[in-house]
Design a protein around this ligand. Structure first.
Ligand SMILES: [Zn+2]
Ligand SMILES: [Zn+2]
Length: 391
């Protein structure tokens, strides 16, 4: 079966009201996320990355007892036969030479996630909160998740400044002394950029939303072909099994991401000019947030991407909220007619779109599909913008 998977979704608040990810919207609860995936997004596999938080475990336990969620034999939790919930945790770990990086861990079962929660609780300040820095070595967590729990462990948003393996820890993942089957690209990178690093040729790329609010779910996602929509078959796809595979990555044009280009903190502006830029060309300041494009260009083995044979295509998409003219009302009207954002962005014909929202917005959606929208790159925590339409 073909399914769409977004494997990086945060919880804002647990059902009891306890905050989990403080910077995330409070309507991000387990059941609201699952409903959003079914009703608006058209996502069939959802990775929730704050499941090690005990209040979230309580919510999951309740949904299991009520029969809203049921454990799948191959791992993962089924929601009404429509979505597979993958139990995940985002963990911050110290790099070998200073700097911290985020990793994603997924476990096959609820019980294994309880174990991971107990394991991490001894090494973090507050296990109830998301993305806590654990006082452990990366290999310790890696080995525990893979060997003890039968889980998945991979670098999150691997190139972003501040909290990622390449962005703030190492020039080569090999320096960690670990091998990963998969890596999350992050919003400001894509396959074309990541394949400039040789060591990633054998690594599968995932494109996930890192959603901090309901509308942002599925702004990036993966198209998978799995014999069954469960944990075990997802694992096979990451191991390079030809029967279970990642068919495509869908993600933002990386220029729209928050950290695509270097940002000067003195000028408070995104720099221009050919990458890599490590110093502001305008004021000469070194106080910059290095952009993902600049970082990858600085450490790349190649000037051009070298894709391994089995690398699936990376399809750029402009989320509807970025498209000029699409506000809340327009979006509601579009959803009313076409069902999910997936069908608006990828399936509906321009003629059908035009009947609902008029020719101008329909043309903007078409331009977004074909990569014809002009984009001003983001940086330093500010998203890129769609400028105007190129004809
Ligand atoms: Zn993170
Ligand atoms: Zn995250």
């Amino acid at each position: 079966m073909i399914l769409f998977a977004d494997l990086h979704i945060h919880i804002g608040r647990a059902g009891c009201g306890a905050p989990v990810k403080i910077t995330a919207s409070s309507d991000l609860t387990v059941d609201r996320i699952l409903k959003e995936c079914v009703e608006r997004k058209g996502i069939q596999m959802a990775g929730i990355v704050d499941c090690a938080s005990p209040p979230v475990l309580d919510d999951l336990r309740l949904l299991l007892e009520q029969g809203e969620l049921t454990a799948l034999p191959g791992g993962g939790l089924d929601y009404r036969g429509k979505v597979t919930l993958l139990l995940g945790a985002e963990i911050e770990l110290p790099g070998p030479r200073g700097g911290n990086a985020h990793f994603l861990a997924f476990t096959p079962t609820f019980e294994a996630m309880e174990e991971l929660s107990r394991f991490l609780s001894r090494a973090v300040t507050n296990i109830s909160l998301s993305c806590q820095r654990a006082d452990l070595e990366t290999h310790q967590v890696h080995d525990f998740v893979i060997n003890e729990l039968g889980g998945i462990f991979l670098p999150a948003h691997a190139f972003t400044p501040f909290k990622s393996v390449y962005g703030s820890c190492v020039n080569r993942i090999a320096e960690l002394g670990l091998e990963f089957s998969a890596l999350e690209l992050g919003l400001s990178a894509d396959t074309y950029l990541a394949d400039m690093l040789h060591e990633l040729a054998s690594v599968q790329f995932l494109s996930n939303s890192d959603a901090h609010s309901l509308p942002k779910i599925a702004r990036e996602y993966n198209k998978l072909e799995l014999a069954k929509p469960d944990f075990a078959h997802l694992c096979r796809s990451l191991a390079g099994d030809p029967e279970n595979r990642i068919l495509a990555n869908y993600g933002l044009d990386p220029r729209l991401g928050k950290y695509h280009r270097t940002f000067c903190l003195q000028c408070e502006a995104v720099v221009e000019g050919p990458p890599p830029v490590g110093q502001c060309p305008k004021c000469g300041s070194n106080k910059v947030v290095v952009g993902v494009l600049d970082r990858i260009t600085a450490i790349a083995d190649e000037q051009e991407p070298v894709h391994p044979d089995r690398r699936p295509p990376y399809i750029h998409q402009v989320p509807l909220e970025f498209i000029p003219g699409v506000g809340k009302k327009t979006l509601t009207r579009l959803l009313g007619t076409f069902g999910t954002e997936m069908s608006i962005l990828h399936e509906a014909s321009v003629e059908d779109l035009a009947e609902v929202v008029g020719p101008k917005i329909a043309e903007n959606i078409a331009a977004a599909r074909e990569g014809r929208l002009a984009v001003a790159a983001g940086g330093g925590g500010r998203y890129g913008r769609v400028k105007h339409q190129e004809r």
